[in-house]
Design a binder for this molecule. Sequence first.
Ligand SMILES: [Fe+2]
Ligand SMILES: [Fe+2]
Length: 145
Amino acid sequence: MSAHPRIIGYLQRAVNHELLAVQQCILQAATASSLGLMALADRLRSDAHDELGHAEAFASRLLHCGAGVHASQSRAPCVGRTRLEILHFGLATEADAVRLYSEAGAFCARIGDDANHALFNRICADERHHQQEIERALKAYEGAR
Ligand SMILES: [Fe+2]
Ligand SMILES: [Fe+2]
C-alpha cells in the first residue's frame, strides 16, 4: 500500500513528535518523583507507555506504506522543574499533537485515505484524553493553592 507524499510527511512528523513526547514523559516522571509527586510521576509513566505505542503505530504505518522511518529530533524535550512547569510543558506537547493529527486527519479525509484517517483520528482522541487529564490536574492544583 502506498500513500500520498504529504501523508508520508505527516507520518514522519508524527513518529518524531511521539518519540519527543516519550522522552518528555520519562524525564518529567523522574522529575516529579524527585519532587515527591508520586501520583503525577505514575500518570506520566503511564502516558509514556501510550506515547511509545503511538510511535510504534506511526512507524508501522510508514513501513506498511513502503516508506522508511526517519527518526530525528529537532530539539530537546522541555521538562520543567516544578509541578506547574511540568504540567504546562506537557499540555503544550499534547496541544501540538492534537493540532498535527487534526490537520493530518482532515487531509486524509479530503483525499479519501480511510486507513490513515482512522489512525490519525484514533491517536488524536488519545492525545485529547491526555490533554484533558493535564487540564484537570492544573485546575486541581490551582484550586488548591
Ligand atoms: Fe502520542
Ligand atoms: Fe499524548
